[in-house]
Design a protein around this ligand. Sequence first.
Ligand code: ZN
Length: 64
Amino acid sequence: MSVQTDSINHSEIIHVTTRSVSCDGGVGPLGHPKVYLRIPGEQVACPYCSRIFILDGEGADESH
Ligand SMILES: [Zn+2]
């Protein structure tokens, strides 16, 4: 992969469009068993690797 990261830390931010996300931490030291997270509000942090998932939009998979 050739993803440029200015500074590698444990607070990677990932924008998603659905409230249901999965995270396995990717490869490397932050990798962990895949877990499924549900965004209760605007964002959720993975308890394993501290990645932050931010919900973009209104959560199209949710009915109001
Ligand atoms: Zn994770």
